[in-house]
Write a protein of this length. Structure first.
Length: 135
């Protein structure tokens, strides 16, 4: 359990840092230094392999770290939305936990809600189209 918590904290920290300007600047500088070192290494296959291997490893590891952070964020957001649904008197509590349904079930619910809401307010789509048309 302790290892899992350490990983979560590490993943959250790295994902947060990776999205900031200093991380981009560091990555950019690595590429610049690598590019400038090309003539020194005569543009060799090994020189190219260094950047290819490095970027592949970083990308591979970042996928897992960022996915972990996104999963945590999504779970927290879902819990907050479930609490809002539970707290509102007119909200339908059967929507709590629908993220566990299949994609087809979710699409069916969405389509039913759109039909239900569209029948009660046909001007809604016209207003949305007007907003989209302004872009």
């Amino acid at each position: 359990m302790r290892v899992g918590r350490i990983f979560e904290r590490f993943a959250q920290g790295v994902a947060g840092w990776a999205g900031r300007p200093p991380a981009f600047a560091l990555a950019f500088m690595i590429i610049v230094v690598w590019g400038l070192s090309g003539p020194v290494f005569h543009w060799s296959d090994t020189w190219q392999l260094v950047i290819n291997t490095g970027t592949t490893i970083v990308t591979f590891l970042m996928v897992f770290l960022i996915q972990n952070a996104q999963n945590r964020d999504a779970a927290a957001l879902q819990a907050k939305l479930d609490e809002v649904i539970r707290a509102i008197d007119k909200a339908r509590n059967e929507f709590i936990g629908i993220e566990h349904l299949s994609e087809k079930q979710l699409l069916d619910i969405r389509d039913r809600l759109e039909r239900e809401f569209g029948e009660s307010d046909p001007a809604r789509h016209e207003a949305i189209e007007a907003v989209i048309g302004r872009r």
